[in-house]
Design a protein around this ligand. Sequence first.
Ligand SMILES: O=C(O)[C@@H](CO)OP(=O)(O)O
Ligand SMILES: [Mg+2]
Length: 422
Amino acid sequence: MAHAPIRFTDVSALEILDSRGNPTVEVTLTTEDGRPFTAGVPSGASTGTREAVELRDGDPERYEGKGVTRAVGNVVGEISELLRSRSWESLEWLDDALIELDGTDGKSRLGANAILGVSMAAARAFAGDRPLWQYLAPREVEVRLPVPHFNVLNGGVHAPNDLDFQEFMLAPLGAPSFAEAVRAGATIYHRLKKDLTARGESTGLGDEGGFAPDISSPEEVLRLLVAAIEDAGYTPGREGVAIAMDPASSEFHRGGVYRIAGEDLSSEDLIDRYEDIIAEFPVWSLEDGLAEDDWDGWRRLTDRLGDRVQLVGDDIFVTNPAIISRAIERGIANSALIKLNQIGTVTETLRAQALCREAGYAQMISHRSGETADAFIADLAVATGAGQIKSGAPARGERVAKYDRLLSIARSAPTLPYGLAR
Ligand SMILES: O=C(O)[C@@H](CO)OP(=O)(O)O
Ligand SMILES: [Mg+2]
């Protein structure tokens, strides 16, 4: 991505709140011509242990401890000094310089939250007057509007209920356009609320805006979703609205067993359970079906179900090009979840995505459970032709910001195709 060199005259950062009410980092870079470029950094709850390090001030159980003043200090201190010391010809160059300045494997010295905020704001500065998605698009990629995955029912560490599986998503694979996909997601979301109310279930919300009823059986949830899809006038399945699940199983994997609704299952038992689920319900995608350390289980999961369902690696891959390469070599999963803050720079994220494309692995761009109003991932999804995005429910400002940005991209570029990458 050749570019006229950019000079930054001011580098500022701020501790803001994310959607869970926890502090996070916002960065603003000002270029020579006086234009500000801002980015907000998201934060996860069901994090992979190999994610780049989010720098926090201290005890995570206390509000003050969750602070990010040290990360903010690193942006306005060391990073500012580096950024203002010379002009920058490309984002790759700038990101590589940030990685070198940090000097650790996991960005633990300066903080991946500090580094990512700078990297995202810098991407916007390099884009300048161009839409961000046009600037970010690698030359070899066919840009497209992704299939939105609406997380309408929340469990796991994102909700206070007894449901162990974290996410149940609606994927309007058969929608004729992105706008129609959004319409389907919102319509079914409202239908689901009515159905839950009629059953006397709670319609309180989890962290990503999905409902969090007290239902502990995943199969029961799937039955409810299929009914809501039909009641709303859509066809359940790949021709209409399919379902994607993220059990986030690392969270209920302890001592080598998976504990679901009080029952202990081996990897093999859980794969059997998934096999029954995909035979009975229109589930097209399964993320983190097994835990991040269960590589042998993942191998068997891929062998047994990989030709019937998309198997997405999140905690196991953590958007890390080195880990994804190892997984590709070993034939683990067939798709990767892509989260900017798991790896900590835009450039490394793009490298992870290029690896997936070369290996024929699918990709789903993802928000975090703690979000800001920043819609960077909407542009990233279009730019990289990922074909899939998940940004929570079709409700709540920080989730909807991404879907709304995609609606506006669709309006501005009417010839962009919609749907899964080919
Ligand atoms: O597991 C996930 O895929 C994410 C986003 O939905 O959750 P968190 O941000 O808490 O890791
Ligand atoms: Mg996940």
